[in-house]
Design a protein around this ligand. Structure first.
Ligand code: SF4
Length: 464
């Protein structure tokens, strides 16, 4: 059954992967965003922001910058493709008004311990625009002195002087989009980005005090093979990022228009894709990276790896985090907020976003207020995703349930996972065993009440 064992992760063989790699959500939230409803909109978010006005504890802030100057064909993000830099100004104006509305309800006392700029491409903004955006935020939300401030960068529009500007603004973590260094793959996905330009961005970050560099890679892209991806990994390891995210490309051209420009005959076969993934995991773990969970790897000494060892890892919309679970304010088109026991998402279209802001409305379009069952299941699913184990006693004490009774049906459904050596259900714990760690999503899905008899499950991504 085992092919490789490293860092307490055993890589399942292809037969096991095929059987238990069920398409499913990444659980950056529970319930997942596709369960949000229009009945929870601006008014409900406003009420919850006001309720949290005097809440103690830090804040997390996410800002979505939707612009990119060229389209990558694999992309499934919410973005606006434009080379027109003049689009940035009106967007920053709108962000300023949104930040004003939110902070007026929330009050301005809670410190931001975690700030993330995502996109699109936040580095589409010029240095002056980035400075203006930071000024907009700091005027309304005090930043904690030693916070975790991260930004997604596209090296094609992040020359060293922009890295210096980001460092001066207080950013200390960089997430670099790479995907693949192979020129044929890059041409096939319309993302031409040399190793040299990527190295220049990363070198500048290291020279200017960035604590951590993450690199995003994708397997399953057109023209990829085990041999080409091995060369990409050589270069990744030369650059030695502290963290690596290795995502699976899900080819869904009927849902994502840019993917229609990918020639499906160029996609690697399923066995080849699985080979690429298994090779990559073996290379990364041999090189000292720890498998954190769901697509993410971190060097042994990195904060994420330490947080996992110490049981204080959290999962949020950016993946994994070392910061305590806290209210998250999402600003900008399509951003998601998490306030108290609620989630809400802003409108997805730029025009509608501007329209709402112009009319003095917060642009929340959909959301959900979690009920008791959602909260129990979220705690269980997040414990599995972050720590590969759930303490039944901890869930019982926090939610006043009897775990084995409450989850009688789910524990019965875990049986095939147990029989295959992926999970152990003992008196006090549900534990994901080393062989089950790469398949944790399928195990978490057992506890997802929304997936029962749900056709939607077929739309999610698989490992290979
Ligand atoms: S992958 Fe990133 S840079 Fe490329 S189009 Fe999508 S959001 Fe823009």
């Amino acid at each position: 059954m085992l092919m490789t064992t490293c860092n307490e992760v055993a890589v399942p063989d292809p037969a096991l992967l095929k059987r238990f790699d069920i398409p499913g959500p990444r659980y950056t939230s529970y319930p997942t965003a596709d369960r949000f409803v229009e009945a929870f909109g601006e008014e409900a978010l406003g009420a919850w922001l006001a309720k949290r006005n005097d809440a103690a504890g830090p804040l997390s802030l996410y800002v979505h910058v939707p612009f990119c100057s060229t389209v990558c064909y694999y992309c499934a993000c919410n973005k606006v493709i434009t080379r027109d830099q003049s689009q940035a100004g009106p967007y920053l104006d709108a962000l300023e008004r949104e930040a004003e509305m939110v902070s007026a309800k929330l009050g301005g006392q809670r410190q931001v311990e975690q700030l993330h700029f995502g996109g699109g491409s936040p580095t589409f903004l010029s240095n002056d625009e980035l400075r203006r955006l930071m000024a907009i935020l700091t005027a309304r939300f005090p930043l904690a002195p030693r916070g975790e401030f991260s930004i997604e960068v596209d090296p094609r529009c992040t020359p060293p002087d922009k890295v210096v500007a980001l460092a001066e603004l207080g950013f200390n973590r960089l997430s670099v989009g790479v995907q693949d260094f192979d020129p044929d793959v890059q041409r096939a996905v319309n993302r031409l980005q040399s190793y040299e330009i990527t190295k220049e961005t990363i070198d500048a970050a290291r020279a200017h005090g960035f604590k951590s560099v993450n690199m995003d890679l994708i397997y399953g892209l057109p023209k990829q093979s085990r041999a080409t991806f091995a060369r990409t990994l050589d270069r990744v390891l030369e650059l030695a990022p502290e963290r690596v995210a290795l995502y699976h490309y899900a080819h869904l051209p009927e849902r994502f228009k840019p993917q229609r420009r990918i020639v499906s005959e160029d996609l690697p076969s399923s066995p080849e894709k699985m080979g690429i993934m298994l090779d990559a995991i073996a290379r990364l773990t041999e090189a000292g990276y720890q498998y954190i969970g769901m697509d993410h790897f971190a060097k042994g000494g990195d904060d994420l790896a330490r947080a996992q060892q110490q049981g204080r890892l959290h999962r949020n919309f950016q993946g994994y985090s070392t910061k305590p679970d806290c209210d998250l304010i999402g600003l900008g088109v399509s951003s998601i907020s998490k306030v108290g026991p609620t989630y809400s998402q802003n409108v997805r279209e730029l025009e509608e976003y501007y329209d709402r802001i112009e009319h003095g409305q917060m642009p929340a379009a959909r959301g959900v207020l979690l009920d008791m069952d959602d909260l129990v299941r979220r705690a269980t699913i997040m414990a599995l995703m972050c720590h590969f184990e759930v303490s039944k006693e901890a869930i019982e004490q926090a939610h006043l349930i009897k775990f084995d009774e409450y989850f009688k049906r789910e524990l019965a459904e875990l049986k095939p996972f147990e029989d295959a050596g992926l999970v152990e259900n003992s008196r006090d714990w549900v534990t994901v065993l080393p062989l089950g760690k790469m398949l944790v999503r399928g195990i978490a899905m057992v506890f997802d009440a929304y997936l029962r008899n749900d056709e939607r499950v077929r739309r999610y991504s698989k490992i290979a």
